[in-house]
Design a protein around this ligand. Structure first.
Ligand SMILES: [Fe+2]
Length: 307
């Protein structure tokens, strides 16, 4: 059983989870008399590389913020289904309703078993769909994209039937989907995948993720919260390969968003940043990523794994 009191955070100061706080999109102020508090975590990567004390500390930090809802943007596991029970235990410990979307590692490890582990924990997993959340006397539409890295995102399907008179937020593992969501009426998107580069000294993360990997959005806020839309890329909690995290931006992170607060009204860690030039994946690369998932599914089936 996980313990999620604030005291738990104190017991694991070496877990190094930082909290950052931001307002949401300006349009949210029309809908929420009292700000709605959304806590965002991403890339938990429950497994051997990330110590369980970091997972416990992250949940404790999230709960200490007294969220109205919790949003998780994928990569729940690393490379296998070995830690699904731990994942269920971690997600079950959040003190508010949980909404989740999948990431590429979830597809690589088994999308359906990951969804079942999350569902057992009480989370709502959104796979190219949206739902209306009734919380704190208000309504919020939560739009969830399936993972774009592995070619499973469908923004049109996810937003079909969205009520333009209600406020919305979007969840997408890959932040570059945000532009599409903005154009479909979702002005504020939470994302992950980059881990902020994990090593952010000397702007190495912008070099590796921007120039080499082609990401436009690397860590933090981009876009416009007073315009068409904004996206937040969380630094994540865990890692799948290398546990090292260096530099202010690279720390394990829990982000708190006050939907309904005016942008800039809070003491925010930073404001909207300019997007990097980026480079969209080629059709050949997208096909290679799809094939990679198909090969892994086939291999698991032959070994008798549940899909
Ligand atoms: Fe990812």
């Amino acid at each position: 059983m996980l313990t999620t009191s604030t005291a738990t955070t104190d017991r694991f100061p070496d877990a190094g989870v930082v909290m950052r706080r931001f307002a949401g999109h300006a349009s949210h102020a029309d809908h929420f008399k009292t700000p709605l508090r959304v806590v965002h975590l991403t890339d938990q990567h429950v497994g051997a590389v990330t110590p369980m004390r970091a997972q416990v500390a992250a949940v404790a930090a999230a709960n200490a913020a007294r969220p109205d809802l919790v949003c998780l943007t994928g990569d729940f596991v690393c490379h296998s289904q070995a830690y699904l029970e731990d994942l269920t235990e971690v997600v079950r410990a959040f003190s508010a309703p949980v909404f989740a979307v999948l990431g590429n590692h979830d597809w690589w490890s088994g999308a359906n078993p990951v969804v079942r582990a999350l569902t057992r924990a009480g989370a709502t997993v959104l796979r190219n769909q949206h739902t209306v959340v009734h919380v704190a006397g208000a309504k919020l539409q939560v739009v969830g994209l399936d993972d774009a890295y592995t070619g499973n995102a469908d923004a049109v399907r996810a937003t079909r039937g969205l009520d333009p008179s209600l406020p919305s937020i979007g969840l997408s593992h890959i932040a570059e989907e945000a532009d599409r969501l903005w154009s479909l009426g979702v002005p504020f998107v939470l994302s992950g995948h980059t881990h902020a580069g994990q090593i952010t000294v000397a702007r190495l993360h912008e070099l590796s993720l921007g120039r080499v990997a082609g990401h436009r959005y690397v860590h933090g806020l981009y876009g416009s919260r007073r315009g068409e839309g904004a996206v937040y890329v969380g630094a994540g909690i865990g890692a799948a390969v290398m546990p090292l995290r260096l530099g202010d931006r690279g720390q394990r992170e829990v982000a708190v968003f006050e939907l309904g607060a005016e942008p800039g009204a809070l003491h925010e860690h930073h404001t909207e940043q300019a997007a990097l030039p980026g480079r969209a994946p080629s059709e050949a690369l997208k096909e290679r990523r799809r094939r990679q998932v198909a090969i892994k599914i086939d291999r698991r089936r032959r070994r008798g794994y549940d899909e």
